[in-house]
Write a protein that binds this ligand. Sequence first.
Ligand SMILES: [Zn+2]
Length: 217
Amino acid sequence: MDKARALLSSYAKKIVQNGLVAGPGGNLSIRTGEWMLISPSGFDLAEIDPSQWCAVDIASGRTDAGSLKPSSELLLHLQVYRTRLNVQAIVHTHPIHCIALGLVSRELPVLFPDQAALLGEAGFVDYVIPTTQVLADAVAEKAASADTLLLGNHGLVTLGTNLREAYYRTEVAEASARIFLLSSIIGTPKQLSAEEVRDIQALSSEAYRVSFVQNQS
Ligand SMILES: [Zn+2]
């Protein structure tokens, strides 16, 4: 559990350093057996000490006695862990380019090989008021078929079989949105076709990259 707490604090810092949230927004968690560890409410992600991650029972939603108050998006994390049993980590951020894209489009086109290998098709969740069970249910429903979800007028949720994978999905999704928006200024971006995406996903080097991400923690 100590290793998990240190890992969470290090990725929380990375999220802030890489500009994936503005101000004190965003939250992240990992599953640890029947429990999850989630960021406390009201903290700048870069300032969470390993001891301050909140332990919450996934089945009941009960916060461990002595824990700080969990993130206001607690319900979203709970609902995804309850319905996607292979998900071990969740990262929720407010990346500028993902939000900008989501204001005008429901799609994040697949543009380059790392995106095809690590994200595939991203899902889209229409705007729902944050922190509610309605948002938690809407995210869990779309999470049945995608590990990367744009939240309209809000941000991004990425899921992973470990925290490293969930985090990289956030980075690559934001890079993809940025590249798409930049190229849209000067023309119509060429997207990879479904066949090109399938070919990339079948490449042994990309398979290696994905398994590398999944096997590190
Ligand atoms: Zn949010």
